[in-house]
Design a protein. Structure first.
Length: 92
């Protein structure tokens, strides 16, 4: 989380599309999850029955946080090199 949140701030030329992509792919799903989780906790605290929707949301959004966001962040980092890939074996 720390690298994902702080890493883009260290790059002076962060484009708006990358920032918007990060908000939509990571920020929005987790904001929805925390909101639903708070609502669910309040319902259970009042004596209500927990719903199965929250369990499904946690499963899906966990996949987003563990796979999708790091993959997109890695592609973004790879793209910072300007598309130049040098072959180390060719120089030796």
């Amino acid at each position: 989380e720390f690298v994902k949140n702080v890493g883009p701030a260290l790059v002076p030329t962060l484009r708006t599309r990358y920032q918007m992509g990060a908000i939509l792919t990571h920020g929005l799903p987790f904001t929805v999850l925390w909101s639903v989780m708070g609502s669910e906790a309040a319902r259970v605290a009042r004596g209500g029955v927990p719903s199965g929707t929250l369990k499904r949301m946690v499963g899906v959004i966990s996949w987003v946080g563990l796979v999708v966001s790091p993959t997109l962040f890695g592609w973004w980092i790879k793209g910072l090199g300007g598309g130049k890939e040098e072959d180390v074996d060719a120089t030796t």
